[in-house]
Design a binder for this molecule. Structure first.
Ligand SMILES: NC(=O)c1ccc[n+]([C@@H]2O[C@H](COP(=O)([O-])OP(=O)(O)OC[C@H]3O[C@@H](n4cnc5c(N)ncnc54)[C@H](O)[C@@H]3O)[C@@H](O)[C@H]2O)c1
Length: 289
């Protein structure tokens, strides 16, 4: 259902790789709600993924940009304002990638060149986006910027690896820049901490299917889907949430408020009847993980 909550608003959506991407669903919902947008992704992702097809379907220009390159971002903002005919009102930062996760490096054996890349792509790119937008005065007053985070920024989730550090930095950037941009231009900046969701980036996390199941059992409302995340993003881009800024907003069916649930405990008890002693004999470096 459309409420025309974004009627007349202009935006940039980063990260719509394919139909599973959270950004894809946000772009579709923003279009339904009356927004005009530019879609952006890296040049490689534009070649390998379906971003261009989405752009054609919902009538949005597509501009290639590596979000770690300030030059690309400058070009993106200038071209967006030309194509959409003015300053913009909202940005979705939906970008994440860890070479350490991809290469299966354990958190206690990180490659530091790769760690720098994880942080640059998944967190510092958010600062670069905000800094570039501000220097070009590309955002209208009461504009809204949202980045996607995960609860591992604040609590330990084994297997999330150096992405946890990247998300902690991302949430901090939202607060630090939120003060500056809010005071100067009334622009609000928030992160949404989303449930695990089956996407290309999500599926890269070790033991993702079990994480999904655990999270579903722990959350009183169940995991939040990508479509539901898109709905939440629309409210944050709309004028109905003008005084919400510098927040990390949990969109996780209640997961972050839980300690233990009956459904998770029942599953754990079933596991206790399993061959635990056999596992002990398979001790390796990370047995106690
Ligand atoms: N899927 C989940 O379980 C989950 C949960 C919480 C938060 N998130 C976050 O949601 C966001 C979107 O991820 P997704 O799950 O939709 O996966 P996705 O793989 O569909 O999206 C990740 C996007 O990041 C883009 N990207 C990577 N490097 C880039 C760069 N240098 N410049 C510009 N874009 C770049 C990719 O091309 C891709 O479009 C990420 O920040 C992710 O960490 C995902």
């Amino acid at each position: 259902m459309s409420y025309q909550l974004l009627k007349g608003k202009k935006g940039i959506v980063f990260g719509a790789l394919n139909a599973d991407s959270i950004a894809w669903k946000v772009a579709e919902r923003a279009h339904e709600e009356g927004a005009s947008m530019v879609l952006t992704n890296t040049v490689v992702a534009l070649r390998m993924g379906d971003t261009v097809k989405l752009g054609e379907r919902i009538g949005c220009p597509v501009i290639g940009a590596d979000a770690t390159s300030v030059e690309d971002l400058q070009n993106l903002f200038v071209q967006t304002m030309e194509k959409l005919g003015g300053k913009i009102d909202f940005i979705l930062h939906s970008i994440g990638m860890s070479p350490n996760v991809r290469k299966g490096r354990h958190y206690s054996d990180l490659d530091y060149v790769m760690l720098t890349k994880t942080l640059d792509i998944s967190a510092v790119s958010f600062h670069k986006t905000l800094q570039t937008a501000r220097k070009l005065d590309a955002l209208n007053e009461w504009g809204s910027v949202v980045a996607l985070s995960y609860v591992a920024a604040q609590r330990t989730f084994y297997g999330y690896n150096d992405m946890a550090d990247a998300k902690a930095l991302l949430e901090s950037i939202a607060r630090s820049f939120g003060y500056i941009y809010g005071r100067e231009r009334r622009v609000r900046i928030n992160t949404i901490s989303q449930s695990p969701t089956i996407t290309t980036a999500g599926s890269g996390v070790k033991g993702f299917d079990r994480l999904l199941d655990f999270s579903e059992r722990m959350s009183p409302l169940g995991n939040a889907t990508g479509d539901e995340c898109a709905d939440y993003c629309i409210t944050l881009f709309s004028d109905l949430t003008r005084k919400v800024t510098m927040q990390n907003l949990f969109h996780d069916g209640g997961f972050s408020g839980m300690g233990m649930s009956q459904r998770a405990l029942e599953q754990y008890e079933k596991g206790m009847e399993g061959p635990f002693d056999d596992l002990k004999s398979q001790a390796d470096d990370h047995f106690f993980d």
